[in-house]
Design a protein around this ligand. Structure first.
Ligand code: HSE
Length: 298
């Protein structure tokens, strides 16, 4: 059996929706897998540290899935096409975790329930705001309470695109969480609550002029801003060229603008703010992915 798994990137938080909102994006990691006489993995483009089956996240999750179902002996040959940049706030690890669990269940010929999914996924990452968009696709609000996960898919208008600027700057989620305070003032919590509700309803009602206010944040971006040189200038430049809303993507370092126009110009203006401080970046213009993980037998 040879299988292909395709999993989308995701952008979490969307400004005010810290640890809550996430959207799947039309940028995909692909994994090809077949049974073999030894475990081996190649990555394209080649990433040396990912090519050891003992340390490769996909392999670890995939093997954990098999092990949880009593299969310890089977060996596999894997080809991993890495299109989602790593440590850039675009859900690359969530995508690989989802791929590992889904591929494992296909190999076992076993239905995958949400409960089974989370049981394995949370051994590797605690962020349903990236895991769920990668798994289910679309725009999702999620929360994890102990072992329970509650989530809903939300409406997102097709005419909006995502201008994602990816700095040449790796930032691990762990590192970006260390700079956050342990407590926050009540007024900052209220500030975000009001905006996250406004964001969801502005999208539903297509009142796009509200997105700029709705994507403001006081819970994480003011603390993380120091990790991304010229962060606020990137945001200002995007608005200058007509972006509707702009935020840090997940824990960063990518920055995402939402717009229904001027996609290229917005991207160029955002990149310009980074190059002023000597940081190269690339820009991708993406759409919402509504399907989530896809698997096929080849
Ligand atoms: N919401 C998380 C954070 C990252 O901002 O730290 C996404 O999983």
């Amino acid at each position: 059996m040879k299988i292909k798994v395709k999993v989308p990137a995701s952008t979490a938080n969307l400004g005010a929706g810290f640890d809550t909102l996430g959207i799947a994006l039309s940028l995909y990691n692909e994994i090809y897998l077949e049974e073999s006489d030894k475990d081996e993995i190649i990555t394209i483009p080649k990433i040396e540290e990912f090519e050891n089956p003992e340390n490769n996240l996909f392999f670890k999750v995939f093997k954990e899935t098999l092990k949880a179902n009593g299969e310890n002996e089977r060996k596999f040959k894997v080809k991993q096409i890495v299109n989602i940049p790593v440590s850039r706030g675009l859900g690359s690890s969530a995508s690989v975790i989802v791929a590992g669990i889904v591929a494992g269940h296909r190999v076992l010929n076993k239905e995958l329930s949400d409960e089974d999914f989370f049981k394995i996924a949370y051994k590797f990452e605690n962020h349903p705001d990236n895991l769920l968009p990668a798994f289910k696709g679309g725009f999702i609000t999620a929360l994890k309470e102990g072992e329970e996960t509650y989530y809903q898919k939300l409406y997102f208008p097709d005419e909006l695109k995502f201008i994602v600027v990816i700095p040449d700057l790796e930032l691990s989620t762990e590192e970006a969480r260390k700079v956050l305070p342990k407590t926050i003032p009540l007024k900052d919590a209220v500030f975000n609550l009001q905006r996250v509700a406004l964001f969801i309803s502005a999208l539903q009602n297509k009142n796009f002029d509200l997105l700029k206010v709705a994507m403001e944040d006081k819970l994480h971006q003011p603390y993380r801003e120091k990790l991304i040189p010229n962060f606020y200038k990137v945001i200002t430049n995007a608005y200058r060229e007509g972006a509707l809303g702009v935020s840090l993507s997940g824990a960063g370092s990518s920055i995402v603008a939402i717009s229904n126009r001027n996609f290229e110009k917005i991207g160029e203006a955002m990149k310009e703010a980074l190059s002023e401080v000597g940081i190269n970046s690339e820009c991708k213009i993406l759409e919402i992915d509504k399907k989530g993980v896809q698997i096929e037998e080849l």
